[in-house]
Design a binder for this molecule. Structure first.
Ligand code: PA5
Length: 463
């Protein structure tokens, strides 16, 4: 079982004219040492709690026992959460369960409930979901590390009110919270009402929480093998804490992304799985990379790459035109599989039609795989760099490894950019303005600032 990283086409020496130059690559050991030192300092400060999640055997056992206990009691689970509290569950559902799992009848799902992730307070989603499920047989998981996120609490209020109409005073039996062990309104409500909770360790931030109960609870409720997921993550954490960059795929990948950005003018970092089951890992990564690395550096400069999600082969008919002939400001990282996730030979149905007959006899997967290799080669021909992350096969072990890899890489990249990957001060002002617009107590100054920032009617341009 392996996960490999091919960086050949990130290098000018690998034959890609827009790749990292020999002179820049000559300093790779120094860059590795810088990134490792920053990573180690954070680890020693105790703030990289995501690295320790795979070792939480008791936590995993509790989640597995809970999932087994409720299996068969519920047809549906509504997961309420946003950002780091929802994207991981979405990625795990498509990575670990069969395509269309929520469309399958209960027996084909093994009796596990359908898990619906509501990651917005948009009423069409909230009301649409409530319309879809039978609340008598629905569990509601409220996922919020802080316990104070407006979108999630708004969803919770609406859904709880509906639950109370169905269950009366016993509604809390159908609620589960995933939140901080000590602080926040959800924790306080859970204590007061005896609501079942699972913890997000206080040193695990939202976008680094996919391997905590934030991702593991929904994954366990879907019947996924969370033990194998964590075992793959543990193996990758061991690789990704090596000092030598050749032994450490997260460090090596972070260095190439950073060098391509800062030395070769490639600030746009595309993650492009050519494995449909991994397509939702791309938006999960986008949040991780964007919210972690888009920062004001200590010297006041604005830094950070722009992540972009793509998926193959679909994006060959959408974004690849831009990647090939648009500005030379992108590096693409493909995610591929060494072993097909099952295959189907394409039958010969029109042997005399040349446009179709050449496909006959090949596997569907052979086509997908050929398209990935062809796209990488075409990009290289245009001087556009790319890297390839390859999983030996599609299973929970390799998915866990991939998630750990990308999280470690984010911390290494932060060390190279010289910023803190664990905070998100830039989203606070918008949150305070929202509170002010809704009349939240104590936000009078924000209300005044919002109004001062609002354009006067005379300067509006509305067409
Ligand atoms: O990564 C982060 O910290 C954020 O994106 C959070 O995940 C998001 O804001 C949701 O926060 P919470 O889990 O506290 O509701």
């Amino acid at each position: 079982m392996t996960l490999t990283l091919d960086l050949t086409r990130t290098l000018a020496a690998g034959g890609v004219t827009g790749g990292i130059s020999a002179a820049d690559w000559a300093d790779v050991t120094t860059h590795a040492a810088t990134a490792r030192a920053a990573f180690t300092a954070r680890r020693e400060a105790g703030v990289l709690g995501f690295l320790d999640l795979p070792a939480d055997d008791d936590g995993v056992a509790a989640l597995q026992a809970f999932a087994a206990e409720v299996r068969g009691q519920y047809d549906d689970v509504l997961l309420l959460g946003i950002g780091g509290s929802s994207l991981g569950a979405i990625a795990l559902r498509s990575s670990l369960r069969p395509w269309g799992v929520n469309l399958m009848p209960a027996d084909r799902r093994g009796g596990w409930p359908r898990v619906h992730v509501l990651d917005t307070p948009d009423p069409t989603v909230v009301l649409g979901a409530l319309d879809l499920v039978d609340l008598r047989r629905t569990m509601v998981c409220v996922v919020s590390k802080s316990g104070g996120t407006a979108e999630t609490l708004a969803q919770y209020s609406v859904v709880r009110d509906r639950l109370s109409k169905v269950h009366g005073e016993t509604l809390t039996r159908h609620l589960v919270f995933v939140t901080d062990p000590d602080v926040g309104p959800l924790r306080a409500i859970a204590r007061a009402e005896g609501i079942r909770t699972f913890e997000v360790p206080s040193n695990v931030g939202g976008r680094y929480s996919v391997l905590s109960a934030v991702g593991l609870l929904p994954a366990a409720l879907m019947g996924a093998d969370i033990g194998a997921l964590l075992s793959g993550a543990a193996a990758m954490a061991a690789r990704c804490t090596q000092d030598a960059w050749r032994e450490n795929p997260a460090l090596a990948w972070a260095i190439t992304q950073w060098l391509l950005h800062t030395r070769q003018g490639k600030p746009i970092h595309v993650l492009m799985p050519y494995v449909d089951a991994l397509r939702d890992i791309a938006p999960w990564f986008v949040q991780l990379w964007a919210e972690s690395l888009g920062k004001i550096a200590p010297d006041g400069t604005h830094v950070g790459p722009t992540p972009l999600a793509a998926v193959g082969p679909a994006d060959q008919h959408a974004q690849v035109q831009l990647f090939m002939e648009g500005p030379a400001d992108k590096v693409v990282t493909f995610i591929t599989l060494a072993e097909p996730p099952g295959d189907q030979v394409i039958p010969s149905v029109h042997p005399k039609t040349r446009e179709i007959s050449y496909l006959a006899g090949h596997g569907l997967w052979t086509l997908v795989d050929a398209e990935q290799r062809a796209t990488a080669a075409a990009l290289a021909t245009m001087g556009r760099p790319s890297a390839t992350m390859q999983l030996e096969r599609l299973d929970p072990w390799h998915v866990g490894g991939l998630l750990m890899w990308l999280q470690c890489a984010t911390i290494y990249a932060a060390g190279l950019y010289g910023i803190n990957p664990l905070d998100q001060p830039g989203v606070e002002l918008g949150k305070r303005y929202t509170g002010a617009l809704l009349g939240r107590a104590g936000t009078e100054a924000e209300r005044a600032a919002y109004e001062a920032a609002d354009s006067p009617a005379s300067s509006r341009l509305v067409i």
